[in-house]
Design a protein around this ligand. Structure first.
Ligand SMILES: Cc1cc2nc3c(=O)[nH]c(=O)nc-3n(C[C@H](O)[C@H](O)[C@H](O)COP(=O)(O)O)c2cc1C
Length: 159
């Protein structure tokens, strides 16, 4: 099984979680790639419509992990643009997670995850797991470890 970790990250938080997951999956013998979604203009305060410049192709992957930051109590506009341009992904399993600054999920994370789930299911994807990392929460490290454990538990045993 080929696993694709698809990340949008501006300041590196979401990317660092994706990289740690990748390491664990590699050690577990998985076939895994990490690819980044990038916008032409990565300024988070950019108000113009998002143009993507790096658009990872999900076709080679059997399982996707999609990670992105929370922006303005919502999913990041960049991941929104990426998800909306995806082709039909009927039957593909997808895990998604967000990182957010605030210590409580209701300060953006929960809503962002709901929006990502909606976009993924609209394309026919099957949600396997979700996660929210509260970057300034006291339990951040535990949240990251638990997410990685949750995601890798089943994947490392798949051929
Ligand atoms: C424009 C903007 C809006 C943000 N809005 C929120 C928010 O609503 N809630 C929150 O907890 N964090 C918010 N953040 C913080 C980011 O979600 C957080 O720092 C995240 O971990 C950044 O991920 P990255 O390093 O992968 O880009 C915002 C950041 C920016 C730049």
């Amino acid at each position: 099984m080929k696993i694709g970790i698809i990340i949008h990250s501006h300041t590196g938080n979401t990317l660092s979680v994706g990289e740690r997951l990748k390491e664990v999956l590699l050690v577990g013998g998985c076939n895994v790639q990490l690819e980044r979604v990038l916008a032409v203009n990565e300024d988070p305060n950019n108000k113009a419509s998002i143009q993507l410049k790096s658009i990872p192709d999900i076709a080679p992957y059997d399982f996707l992990v999609i990670g992105a930051p929370v922006r303005g109590f919502s999913q990041s506009p960049v991941i929104k643009a990426y998800l909306s341009q995806l082709p039909d992904i009927h039957g593909k399993k997808v895990a998604c997670y967000v990182t957010q600054h605030f210590p409580k999920p209701w300060l953006g994370g929960t809503r962002a995850i709901k929006q990502m789930i909606y976009s993924i299911e609209e394309k026919g994807g099957i949600i396997a797991e979700t996660g929210i990392i509260n970057w300034t929460g006291k339990t951040r490290e535990n949240q990251i470890s638990e997410l990685i454990e949750k995601l890798s538990r089943n994947l490392v045993s798949q051929p």
